[in-house]
Design a protein around this ligand. Structure first.
Ligand code: AMP
Ligand code: MG
Length: 415
């Protein structure tokens, strides 16, 4: 793609082009306690029933429900308590005879003959050791059945799912001490610009702090990548080339700045000279219009615009789903939900805008307001945002009370 030859694709088209170039990384095997937050790279089957046997859901008495048919508050039925069953123990198969009960603890196997458990708080124990029941019990009451959580052979986790706390517990429940997960994509981060100074360094007149490298490092980690900061490429072709060359061994290269059409924007020329094919340059969006994307083999490159908010918004919309897909995740989209807007928004039609917003609920409805000045250098309005209000290409105005679509930027991917 010739520099300056902007195709100006829509956000949807750009995302399609990008995802099409993403290849999924290979996998590694970890102990389950090291796999929290990772993406599972195999289908996990239950090799045995969970729970393995019918067991009591309550502390109480195991008995035959048919023996309680005539029990009422006024005329309780009396059962002889013949033994006790603690969780983790079993009794022989003499079983529960008519009109007898076995004292049973939560999690203990339901003995042969019994089909239900009466909770201890619904009974009265007599001095002779028998127990009085005041109500009729239905069959299977307070019994947890073998395999009711997971049945032998059932797929309990599918490849591409994220391993959260419940999933790690589930792996343990099916007796897996190791699990195959996708390795974390390696992500190189590059800053560009003569005006950029590092945190803590003395700034020359005209310089500003490098914030992008730090926000990107967090975003990359948050979405399962290993960030490596390469450094600042100064606005000079040779220096820029040197820095980008050091990034080539990574799965993803992300740079910020230097992708506009300014006199000193060298990024596109440099990455092309290194062999990357540019597939997107220029989008019908705001912020983030000059975002550039390219690929070479399994390496993909994102040239994000330098303004801190443009950097973050384009990361969220394009890099994040690509990083997730590369890392094997099957869910790569944030939830997008309707909300009632409390401010007015006007914009030029023809491009999609991402407005920083803050949503909450009022009277059971989701309402959203903007977080103030929307300049793409105003990082504080991003820090106050918990969503992006998406204003589609064909919309030019929203009035207070209109229903808009918001993207929940801190929520787990559900799509
Ligand atoms: P550019 O896309 O290179 O023209 O940069 C656009 C704007 O973003 C300029 O005002 C830059 O100073 C600013 N900028 C570029 N890189 C960074 C960075 N790493 N941290 C903070 N601001 C940046
Ligand atoms: Mg620049």
């Amino acid at each position: 793609m010739k520099k300056g030859e902007n195709s100006f694709v829509t956000a949807a088209t750009a995302l399609e082009i990008i995802l099409e170039k993403v290849t999924i990384v290979d996998s590694e095997t970890l102990g389950i306690d090291d796999a929290f937050g990772r993406i599972v790279a195999e289908d996990i089957c239950a090799v045995a029933n969970v729970p393995p046997f019918d067991n009591s859901a309550m502390d109480g008495f195991a008995l035959r429900s048919e023996d309680t048919t005539n029990a009422t508050k006024k005329q309780p039925v009396r059962f002889r308590v013949v033994s006790e069953l603690r969780a983790g123990s079993v009794i022989g198969d003499q079983g529960v005879a008519p009109m007898t009960a076995i004292r049973i603890m939560t999690g203990a196997p339901v003995p042969v003959g019994a089909d239900s458990v009466i909770p201890v708080e619904d009974t009265e124990t007599d001095s002779d050791g028998s127990v009085k029941i005041f109500q009729r019990l239905r069959a299977h009451e307070n019994v947890r059945f073998a395999g009711e959580d997971m049945r032998t052979g059932e797929t309990v986790l599918e490849r591409g799912m994220k391993l959260g706390s419940a999933e790690i517990g589930l792996l343990a429940a099916v007796n897996r001490d190791t699990v195959t997960v996708y390795r974390k994509p390696r992500v190189a981060i590059i800053s560009t610009g003569d005006e950029i100074g590092e945190v803590g360094a003395e700034l020359r007149p005209g310089q500003i702090r490098n914030s992008n490298a730090h926000t990107l490092r967090c975003e990359v980690e948050k979405y399962g990548g290993i960030p490596t900061y390469i450094g600042i490429a100064r606005d000079e072709p040779e220096a820029t080339r040197d820095v980008f060359t050091r990034a080539l061994e990574h799965d993803i290269i992300i740079s910020t700045g230097g992708v506009s059409l300014g006199e000193y924007d060298f990024v596109q020329d440099v990455v092309e000279s290194l062999g990357l094919k540019i597939a997107v340059h220029g989008l019908r969006i705001k912020p983030g219009r000059p975002m550039t994307f390219g690929a070479m083999g399994d390496t993909i490159f994102f040239g994000l615009p330098g303004n801190p908010v443009s950097t973050m918004v384009t990361f969220m919309q394009f890099v994040r789903p690509a990083l997730l897909k590369m890392g094997g995740a099957r869910r790569i989209g944030k939830p997008e939900i309707p909300a009632v807007i409390e401010d007015s928004i006007t914009k030029r039609p023809g491009r999609r805008e991402y407005i920083r917003g803050s949503y909450t609920t009022k009277g059971g409805r989701v309402v959203v307001s903007t977080t103030g000045p929307q300049g793409s250098g105003i990082l504080r309005s991003m820090s106050r945002a918990n969503c992006l209000i998406i204003v589609p290409e064909d919309v030019s105005e929203y009035k207070p009370g209109d229903v808009v679509v918001i993207q929940l930027i801190h929520h787990e991917e559900i799509m």
